[in-house]
Ligand binder design. Structure first.
Ligand SMILES: [Zn+2]
Length: 421
């Protein structure tokens, strides 16, 4: 047993194990003078410190030193498996070339695809390890990780196997997603090999292998004008659902195309991006269990003036989550608290709403809300300790690293200058 004592604030986010909407999005549950008892992988009690100390004198004590303790953050959208960085595209965008134009010229996702295909699984694992450790060092304890830079059967399986190995090497909780439909690969844009051939490869060859090997929990598609149409996305996701995978969708990122409506109609766990969502899309998500996952770091890094209409989504009754979209092209950040900053300053959320969107609702977007994202009895002991007196400091000290320790299922994950064990 472990007893976390002497926290100035314990922000529990405790409540129903489901996505929070409307006013409930701000239910962070601030406690003081409480300790947190962990038994094995689970939280056993959150109660008055002196009572827990008396009842469990043999428990290992972790002295929080007057700091802030929160649930570990849940980053429900990343592309953390990639090869080289793509810093040159940042300058191209600054010079006026937009994202879709860079992609058409063979940059963007295609550039990462060429790069990843040339690397073996061991290399992908060793490249991703320090990145995932850096993610954990900023307070994240659950990370969804997508494939999608392979776009052949072998290269997608190689990527997903790398994710599985990383999940065994690190205490972080990794949630694997198959994103074979991230782009139409360049070799399927000829008269001999067409996008229809690639769609058949996805559905008839790649998906069955991914499902048979149990390598992914979710399937995802980049539904966007110029990438996958709504009909093509429906075809891939319907097949994926039939193969037993949960569904997610890159939807309405740059232009509205009906992606949010598609995600809702298919019962997807999450519809992501949504910076260009239509009114019908907002209404569809509000009436569904699909979590609207917002990625404000991406729009910031792309230099876009627009952001997803977070307030409109909340007011309509949609469940919103936040995620980093960590990827080499459009959001190369491992700093999830920085996304909380953007959620407050750009999306106009309160700090409380941002924190629930990054814990409880992130977990809901991964269909884990019944056991992840809260400091409450029965939940997995995923914790983050911060150099802060108050949870509102998380979005406030923007760009800083305030996290001093994370635990996943009761095991130390990242410990920074604490001497904790
Ligand atoms: Zn993405």
């Amino acid at each position: 047993m472990i007893l976390f004592v002497n926290a100035r604030q314990v922000v529990t986010c405790a409540g129903p194990g489901a996505a929070r909407r409307g006013l409930a999005l701000a239910d962070v549950g601030v406690r003081s003078d409480v300790a947190v008892l962990v038994d094995g992988e689970r939280i056993a009690a959150v109660d008055a410190q002196h009572e827990l100390e008396q009842a469990h004198p043999g428990a290992t004590r972790v002295d929080c030193g007057g700091r802030l303790l929160t649930p570990g953050l849940v980053d429900s959208h990343t592309h953390a498996i990639f090869g080289r960085a793509r810093y040159e595209e940042q300058e191209l965008r600054a010079a006026g070339h937009d994202y879709m134009e860079i992609a058409r010229r063979g940059g963007g996702i295609h550039s990462s695809v060429r790069d990843l295909r040339a690397r073996d699984e061991d290399e992908l694992v060793s490249l991703a390890l320090p990145r995932l450790r850096a993610i954990a060092s900023h307070g994240t304890t659950t990370v969804e990780v997508k494939s999608g830079y392979g776009l052949t059967v072998d290269d997608e399986l190689k990527t997903l196997r790398a994710i599985r190995r990383l999940g065994e090497l690190l205490p972080l909780r990794l949630v694997p997603t198959w994103l074979g439909a991230h782009e139409i690969p360049l070799e399927y844009r000829t008269a001999e090999r067409t996008r229809e051939d690639y769609l058949r490869l996805l559905v008839d060859e790649m998906l069955p292998r991914v499902a048979a090997d149990g390598l992914a929990r979710f399937a995802d598609v980049f539904c966007e004008p110029g990438v996958y149409t709504v009909e093509e996305s429906r075809r891939v996701l319907t097949a994926a659902r039939g193969a037993g995978l949960g569904l997610r969708l890159h939807a309405d990122e740059l232009r509205p195309s009906g992606g949010a409506e598609l995600a809702a109609s298919l019962g997807a766990a999450s519809a992501d991006h949504l910076a260009a969502i239509s009114d019908a899309g907002v209404a569809a998500l509000a009436a569904s269990d699909t979590v609207a996952t917002l990625l404000p770091g991406t729009m910031l890094f792309l230099g876009k003036a627009t952001q997803a209409p977070a307030r409109r989504l909340v007011e309509a009754g949609a469940a919103i989550a936040l995620a980093s979209d960590f990827n080499p092209g459009t959001s190369p950040t491992v700093n999830f608290p920085l996304v909380l900053t953007l959620a407050v300053s750009q999306l106009r959320l309160s700090a409380a709403e941002a924190l629930v969107a990054a814990t409880v609702n992130g977990a809901a977007g991964l269909r884990l809300a019944d056991r992840v994202g809260q400091i409450a009895p029965g939940f997995d002991a995923d914790l983050a300790l911060w150099d802060a007196d108050d949870y509102r400091e998380l979005p406030y000290w923007y760009g800083d690293r305030r996290c001093r320790g994370t635990w996943v299922r009761g095991k130390p994950c990242h410990q920074y200058e604490l001497g904790l064990s």
